[in-house]
Design a protein around this ligand. Structure first.
Ligand code: URA
Length: 260
């Protein structure tokens, strides 16, 4: 084989390795030396939330859900809840995440959007829905006059996720991971106290109702945590299935009518 053949082989091997790494969940190159995130001390500044002092609540070490319940119940403000989540040690997703992604938008909003979990962009920025799906989400809700940047509660959105940490390779969160973060989600919704909840996709639908099958559930109002809840398809699904945007538009109109 000549040099040209070897270069072609190297190139193809490198491409195959890259594709394989991508499928395995490695979607960014950070440095040539591996970083052991278990050894990292919390960053002193930036979007990462500083660890807050432990509240005076008994935290059973062998009961992650009980520990989450106790910690969430002790949070009386959104800032306390943010700190409680950042401090929660039982979810392994935290070890691989750069940021605890808490929320975005206006806490006075009438509408709370509940997504699934941060992706790579959100993990990097520390805010929910800032990648491609997030940009579509912003455009979708803008069509009915709602925005996460609105200072006016009437036209504002508040956005959070079931999981505050990015699952590796954007896999679906596991039921045990959802169960241990659910007390924080419930407390989060209670503290924001929105008029309506919109769940985006299967994970938040399952978290709040135990039901599966967003494609069947979407568009039908139901109740969760004592509030009207509208299930909608996730914007990432709409990016992959543009024909489903027609139904998403109907759901947006249903939301608009409910808010009038
Ligand atoms: N998908 C989600 O469900 N949440 C995000 O924050 C980003 C993508």
């Amino acid at each position: 084989m000549g040099i040209a053949g070897e270069i072609a082989d190297d190139w193809q091997a490198a491409l195959a390795a890259l594709v394989w790494l991508g499928e395995a969940g490695a979607d960014e190159a950070i440095s040539e030396t591996a970083l052991n995130r278990y050894d990292l001390a919390p960053e002193p500044s930036g979007p990462r939330v500083a660890a807050a002092p432990s509240p005076d609540v008994p935290v059973p070490a062998d009961d992650p859900v009980g520990a989450a319940r106790a910690s969430a119940a002790a949070a009386t403000t959104l800032e306390e809840l943010r700190a409680a989540i950042a401090r929660y040690p039982h979810c392994d997703l935290k070890k691989g995440a750069r940021n605890t992604v808490f929320a975005d938008g206006n806490p006075a909003a009438r509408v709370l959007l509940l997504g699934e979990a941060p992706g790579a962009d959100e993990d990097r920025e520390g805010r929910p829905f800032v990648g491609r799906a997030g940009q579509l989400l912003d455009r979708m809700f803008a069509t009915i006059g709602l925005s996460r940047t609105s200072p006016d509660a009437e036209s504002a959105l508040y956005i959070t996720n079931v999981m505050p940490w990015r699952p590796p390779g954007n896999r679906d969160p596991e039921p045990a991971e959802i169960a241990m973060m659910l007390p924080f989600v419930e407390r989060h919704i209670a503290l924001v106290d929105p008029q309506v909840i919109v769940v985006l996709g299967n994970t938040p639908l399952f978290a709040l109702t135990g039901a599966k099958g967003i494609l069947r559930a979407r568009g039908t109002w139901t109740q969760a945590l004592g509030k009207p809840m509208l299930p909608m398809t996730h914007p990432a699904y709409l990016l992959r299935n543009p024909s489903a945007k027609r139904e998403a538009w109907a759901d947006l109109l249903s939301l608009q009518a409910r808010l009038r």
